[in-house]
Write a new protein. Structure first.
Length: 96
């Protein structure tokens, strides 16, 4: 059971890093620091958007409009950390 929990923790940690990289990359594209006409940059951004857009879009449906500020990645990171801690707490408290 520990192996499954470690795998789950690692997957959540990697997904959180993908969220952070996606947010940073969107800022870099908005300020024209990264050129999206580069094929490699475009493919990396496309992969990160495909991984992060469905849950972020779901969260944005419930969030109030804050103008140009998008805090949905922060909300998703907080939910993922809570879920990871909750699952770890449940399974580590069970008698084996």
């Amino acid at each position: 059971m520990n192996s499954i929990l470690i795998l789950f923790n690692d997957i959540v940690r990697l997904y959180i890093w993908v969220l952070i990289i996606n947010a940073a990359a969107s800022w870099l594209v908005a300020f024209n620091i990264i050129n999206t006409s580069n094929r490699f940059v475009y493919s990396v951004l496309e992969i990160s958007h495909k991984l992060t857009d469905p849950p972020l879009r779901f969260i944005r449906g419930f969030m109030p409009n804050l103008g140009t500020v998008d805090i949905s990645p922060i909300v998703l990171i907080l939910v993922l950390v809570f879920l990871r801690n909750f699952i770890n707490e449940i399974f580590y408290k069970l008698p084996i």
